[in-house]
Design a protein around this ligand. Sequence first.
Ligand code: GLC
Length: 491
Amino acid sequence: MNSDKNIKHKQLKILMPASEVAPLVKVGGLADVVGSLPKALNKLGCDARVIIPKYGCIDEKKYKLKKIFSNIKICVNKKNVKINLWQCNLPTQHAVSPIYLIECNKYFGSKKVYFKNNAERFLFFSSAVLQILPIIKFQPDIIHCHDFHTALIPGLLKTQKKLNTFYKNIKSVFTIHNLNYQGKSEIKILSTGNLTEHSLKSLSQDAKDGDINFMVQGIINADAVNTVSPTYAKEITTPIYSAGLDKVIKQNKNKIIGILNGIDIDFFNSTTDKFIKQKYSIETLNKKVLNKLALQKQLGLPQDKNIALVGFISRLAWQKGVELITDKLINSKCQFVFLGTQIGGKQYENQLKKLAKKYPDKVSAQIKFNTKLAQQIYAGSDIFLMPSRFEPCGLGQMIAMRYGTVPIVRKTGGLADTIINYQLSIINYQFKSTGFIFKKFDEISLHKALQKALKIYYQHPKIWRQLQINCMKKDFSWNKSAKKYLDFLYC
Ligand code: GLC
């Protein structure tokens, strides 16, 4: 992608098609990234815009959506499907970040973001994104796609380049947020994107095994590819982490780099957060405990400022290591609060509910999606748990650190890249550590890490305070990472 080096960053026009964007619609961390990276890019002088489907769950009034085009005809398998285009602007201090929303009730009218025919729905969306660009007269330099939902856009773009000069100079970038969701689907759905298995070499090769893998198509066809942390970029070249794609990852290894996500430090800010009981900073860290007391009260846990409160906020998925949270762990000297929901299953929700029922004085299981409560947990907890089996980046640990809540994480992906492990041998206060890391994915290793953290928490309060300060001093803003996108992917 070096041919256009003369394009100055300042003038770069970027379109980000994605399946989620915070705060409009969020299932996981993908939404946070798509919500905050464009703001950071625009702060650096780019014109970055987001485009998502207009799902039935998006609140039109709250986000001040405006219909900007009606009855645009999108060609699907030689027939026309009519869509409307809506727009709103992401609230930002620095520049306007427009979000476009494609309305097509047939595919996106439901309140649910993901369900059975995901591949077909998002292929329609991907094809529509390209077809509307000339209509709305937005000709980006780069289309930056995210995860399997929009992974067919780089291939579609290749086919469009042959037909229409409008697309000729547009480059494609593909970010892998999670290799485990690949969008495998039947070959026949390609017609939804006006494609056949013969439209592209990558498709005919892929079709040989009887299906099409969206993730694979994104990796092969995009001009540049990245994942969301340097460690995950390395991990996915190995069979354990590649979810069956190590061959294609290895073949494309040279074009896949790891760039750590940032977080929106204006939103996640303990000194201004309007959702928390008591605002605090490094200088007033002793006030943080008031958030713990308020949270304990709200959740019906015994109010005790001295007991360690362990928070866990997550999509309840196989990836997240929920099965390591067992009776043995709960029997530690602390309280727990769990917040999250499970898509397509109930076993993790049930597991956490069961623990809450069995240990009502120690465990609160909040099986829901609630941004306000999430902030209150980040601020009110002492320790934040992320025992992930794999974690492409992970945002929770960074948010927790910003609130002076010390993470316990498994050494994988972005967790390994963002936490500096505390060693018990450290006896002076000149250390840089920000949390506790365990390696082996098992109950005993997590249990040991928690005991180590609790020992410091109860017996060495000064060291604990230093850990909190180290966490809060870390810079997880998008500044550095957005520049890396400009320097290494968009160039
Ligand atoms: C996915 C990954 C998570 C990452 C997020 C944003 O949800 O599982 O690790 O932080 O995407 O990139």
